[in-house]
Each structure stands twice: as C-alpha cells, then as structure tokens.
Design a protein around this ligand. Structure first.
Ligand SMILES: N[C@@H](CCC(=O)N[C@@H](CS)C(=O)NCC(=O)O)C(=O)O
Length: 196
C-alpha cells in the first residue's frame, strides 16, 4: 500500500499513527506529496488532498476518516468500536478533532499571506473555534480514555497546535486536557510522528 502524505499534515499524521498502533506500518510505503503543486497527484486523488491510500489492487481511498476505518478493518478492529454509543462517542471525538484541524489548517494558510491581505475577521473566527473546541475537550476530559480513533485524532489535533500555533498556549487553563495529552504523547506512535 502507498500512503500519499506529508509529516506536517495532521490528517496524514492521524493515519500514520493508526497504522502504527495496528502494526500495519511495515506494509505501507510513505510517499511525500505536495497536493497543491503536484498536478499528477490529481490522477491519484482528484480532490488534491492528502492523505490518500493506494491499495495494492490500485483502489485509492480518501479522506483520512475512510483510510483509518479501512486500516482498522484489516488490522484487527481495535480503534473503532463496532456499534452502539461507544462507537458514536469516539466518532464524535474524531469529528471534534478534525473540526479543529479544519479551522487550524486554513488559519495557518491565511497567516502565510502578505499581512495586508490577511483577514482579521477570518483569523479571529478560527481562533475562537479552536478555543471552544479545546474548552469542549477540557469539560469532557473523562471521555478521553484508551487508544481509539477519537483519542488519536484529539492528540494529533493538539499536536498540530503545538507545531503551528505554540503561542495559543492551549494548555493554559485546561489542566485535564494538558495532563491527558502529556500521557498520550508518550506513545511511540505519537513520538515518532512529531512534525519537525
Ligand atoms: N477531510 C480531509 C482533509 C484533508 C486535507 O485538507 N488535507 C490538507 C493537508 S493538511 C490538504 O491536502 N490540503 C491541500 C489543499 O487544500 O489544496 C481528511 O480528513 O483527509
């Protein structure tokens, strides 16, 4: 299998951590990809986003949620509870974490524009979303338990804030979330994927 990815992408990092936790990493070739500049990548993934996973028979899967669920299905079903409320709790956690990335990645892109072209309103609204998502995690920190798609996605999203927005200081005033992340971040799958 080939995973089109970049170490800086939180969505790709989530997939790599899942693969590692499932013992599937040795079966996956990691292909460094710049989705915005590589025109040929559109033949792999027409929506030009990473990650995408190309299976050995040529089938290409995207986005990260689909890829993670596929990997879980071939790796022993350890990261997605099969049914019931347990399943929807972790799916909701993943949605919250992806929501943070969906706010933080465009925020980062906006900060790369010339200062006079940046939208203060856009940046402020993304910062507010990120703050409120972190507050939601802090107030339901007891749900951050175990290693599953929800906790992996949460740890990765917070890691993206550490990587791109250390000035946010998300740990300030969120002691439960900070403690949980400190413990989760000790996992080799997390440590080995910290973006440089
Ligand atoms: N919902 C998608 C989001 C993927 C995504 O937005 N990836 C970013 C990189 S972090 C990307 O490929 N951006 C390229 C672009 O927007 O042109 C997923 O979970 O895979």
């Amino acid at each position: 299998m080939k995973l089109y990815q970049s170490p800086a992408s939180p969505y790709a990092r989530k997939v790599v951590i899942c693969a590692n936790e499932l013992g599937l990493l040795p079966k996956i070739e990691l292909r460094l990809t710049s989705p915005q500049t590589e025109e040929a990548y559109g033949k792999v993934n027409p929506i030009h986003r990473i990650p995408a996973l190309e299976l050995d028979d040529g089938l290409v899967l995207f986005d990260s949620r689909v890829i993670c669920e596929y990997l879980d299905s071939i790796g022993g079903n350890k990261l997605f509870p099969a049914s019931g409320l347990a399943r929807f709790r972790v799916l909701k956690l993943q949605a919250l974490a992806d929501g943070l990335c969906d706010a933080a990645v465009p925020r980062r892109q906006e900060t790369l524009r010339a200062p006079e072209r940046q939208s203060k309103e856009f940046l402020a609204s993304r910062e507010r979303m990120i703050r409120q998502i972190c507050d939601a995690w802090e107030s339901t920190a007891d749900q951050l338990a175990g290693v599953n798609i929800g906790t992996i996605a949460t740890a990765v999203a917070l890691g993206y804030l550490d990587f791109r927005f250390p000035g946010d200081e998300w740990r300030q005033g969120r002691p439960k979330l900070a403690k949980w992340h400190e413990e989760f971040a000790r996992r080799p799958s997390y440590q080995s994927t910290i973006p440089a």
